[in-house]
Ligand binder design. Structure first.
Ligand SMILES: Cc1cc2nc3c(=O)[nH]c(=O)nc-3n(C[C@H](O)[C@H](O)[C@H](O)COP(=O)(O)O)c2cc1C
Ligand code: SF4
Length: 516
């Protein structure tokens, strides 16, 4: 008796649009019709606009059905779902869906493909092969490979990962730590979550490799509290890894000890800043620390600590497996490899697109995103979260890489791309940037704590049409002060979105009130 495998994501965005109900209905319908099926709750492929995305394995090919709702299920069974039958929802083989095949899936390649909480499936798909290879080649070889790959931090600052790891490796200490930053607070971003829900064992392997490379025996994942499903999937994966001998003492007889603790965040944006995160991990209030000392010298509990973003870490196993050169060949300038771009806001086909650096915003928004959801023209695009600049429609052919973005006073950050159509009021967005900073500021330094509140007031006066020119000059001066004198990028980069709006969308201030 043959059993048909049916995949339905157990991933936050899919679940939010009914994936659990679809799974229940498919199980019920299979029972009613006597179909022999095995339900697998995979991660998401990242095409969130197609969720719930159901796949049926027929003759070794996975046939995809998009936007399936529970009420579609009886009709799908009647149309021969278990044999990959024709239906309005049928998209064809998953490996022929254009949104997916034109990507460069280096870090996210197992997302959607495997059962995230099956050690067997993970092992069948290269799981723990890179860690085994690291044990054979030695710690120095891992650091050399990461350095040669050109991998830079995906959390926002783009710092070279190999240099960070080498610094920790070369710092003498009785204890070192790996701290995985999974706070993912940037607006419009979800790549960390997608990776953790779709390939949690991959993150565990990545952290173990980092620990082995720098001589750390303990890792922490600082997970944002707004991700309850991720928490349950990661907890399960940690248990599975421990039971399988891939975490704990003397991993697979290698002599290397490593374990990971999962820690829920404090629900504050600034806790994603690495030193505030370390404070929070230590059980204190999440307030930014002065640097130096760098976390690589004195981090968690005063010990040398690698702080890396989820996607940064997740890029490492394939660098070890496939070689640094392969990674370094992708991308442009000093922006090597791929970035997980996340399309959100007013966009027809939102989702994750992993692509080499050098792709343009227009390609992402038009070719993958299908333009705005409203069908109206694009007015502005905010790249890099709440501290990122807004680009105008004239800037869509700019290539996405760290250097080009720095040159235009913008940043790529964590790869969030939020699209606005021509109905957006950019003066309100400028106000929002300052207000966000005022709400989320940790309060340690004056330019950020006080400056952001004054910034809201100045913008309110501009919007009301009060002494607009005078207030404009004041706002520019305030932005300069915040950028120059803030202790961290929260206050230091809030001027980016504000300035970009003054530069490209100044008319929105004029439109919002009479000059008095
Ligand atoms: C206000 C603020 C919030 C941040 N939030 C995050 C975050 O949510 N996740 C993250 O990985 N990095 C965040 N960062 C960047 C971290 O400070 C740090 O650069 C990063 O975790 C280092 O890892 P990477 O080198 O792998 O990017 C934030 C920085 C600032 C200033
Ligand atoms: S810039 Fe803002 S968030 Fe950063 S240390 Fe100063 S007050 Fe805190």
């Amino acid at each position: 008796m043959s059993v048909t495998k049916i995949y339905i994501p157990r991933e936050t965005s899919a679940v939010s649009v009914g994936a659990d109900e679809v799974a229940i209905e498919i199980a019920r319908e299979a029972k009613r019709t006597g179909a022999h099926i095995e339900l697998i709750r995979n991660g998401s492929w990242g095409a969130t606009w197609l969720e719930p995305l159901v796949e049926v394995e027929v003759g070794g090919t996975r046939i995809a059905y998009g936007n399936v709702s529970a009420s579609d299920v009886p009709g799908l069974f009647a149309a021969g779902l278990v044999d990959g039958g024709e239906h309005d929802r049928r998209l064809g083989p998953i490996n022929e869906v254009p949104y997916l095949i034109n990507q460069d899936r280096w870090t996210f390649w197992r997302c959607g493909l495997i059962d995230p909480i099956s050690l067997e499936d993970f092992r069948l798909h290269q799981g723990f092969k890179a860690l085994e290879k690291a044990f054979v080649g030695g710690a120095a070889a891992v650091i050399d490979a990461v350095t040669a790959s050109g991998l830079r931090g995906r959390g926002g600052a783009g710092f070279p990962t190999g240099i960070k790891w080498r610094t920790v490796a070369e710092t003498d200490a009785d204890q070192k730590y790996i701290a995985c930053n999974a706070d993912e607070g940037d607006s419009g971003t979800f790549s960390d979550r997608l990776l953790m829900e779709g390939d949690p064992l991959g993150l565990i392997e990545s952290m173990a490799i980092a620990g082995f490379a720098v001589g750390a025996s303990k890792g922490y994942i600082y997970l944002r509290s707004e991700y309850p499903l991720t928490y349950s999937i990661l907890s399960r994966a940690l248990d599975i890894a421990r039971d399988g001998g891939w975490l704990g003492a003397n991993i697979q007889g290698s002599g290397f000890d490593f374990d990971i603790e999962l820690h829920l965040g404090a629900g504050s944006y600034v806790c994603g800043e690495e030193t505030a995160m370390l404070e929070s991990l230590e059980g204190k209030k999440g307030i930014v620390r002065y640097k130096p000392p760098l976390p690589a010298h004195e981090g968690l509990f005063g010990k040398p600590t690698v702080v890396n973003n989820v996607v940064t870490l997740g890029s490492v196993p394939n660098i070890v497996n496939l070689g640094a050169e392969r990674y370094a060949q992708m991308g442009v300038n000093r922006s090597k490899g791929t970035l997980a771009f996340q399309l959100g806001g007013n966009i027809r086909r939102g989702g994750l697109v992993e692509k080499s650096f050098g792709v343009t915003l227009r390609e992402l928004i038009d070719d993958w995103g299908g333009g705005t959801a409203s069908g109206r023209p694009v007015k502005a695009v905010q790249v890099g979260g709440p501290l990122g600049a807004y680009l105008s429609a004239e800037q869509l052919d700019i290539t996405l890489d760290y250097e080009t973005f720095i040159d235009i006073g913008a940043m790529i950050g964590h790869g969030g791309i939020v699209v606005f159509d021509d109905t957006a009021n950019m003066a309100q967005q400028a106000r929002f940037a300052m207000e966000f900073c005022a709400i989320e500021s940790c309060g340690k330094c004056t330019p950020c704590r006080i400056g952001s509140t004054r910034g809201v007031e100045v913008i309110d006066r501009m919007i009301a049409g009060e002494n607009r020119e005078e207030n404009y000059d004041l706002l520019v001066e305030l932005c300069d002060t915040m950028e120059a004198a803030s202790l961290c990028a929260m206050g230091g980069m809030t001027p980016y979105p504000v300035r970009s709006i003054l530069k490209h969308f100044a008319e929105d201030f004029a439109a919002s009130g009479d000059d008095r």
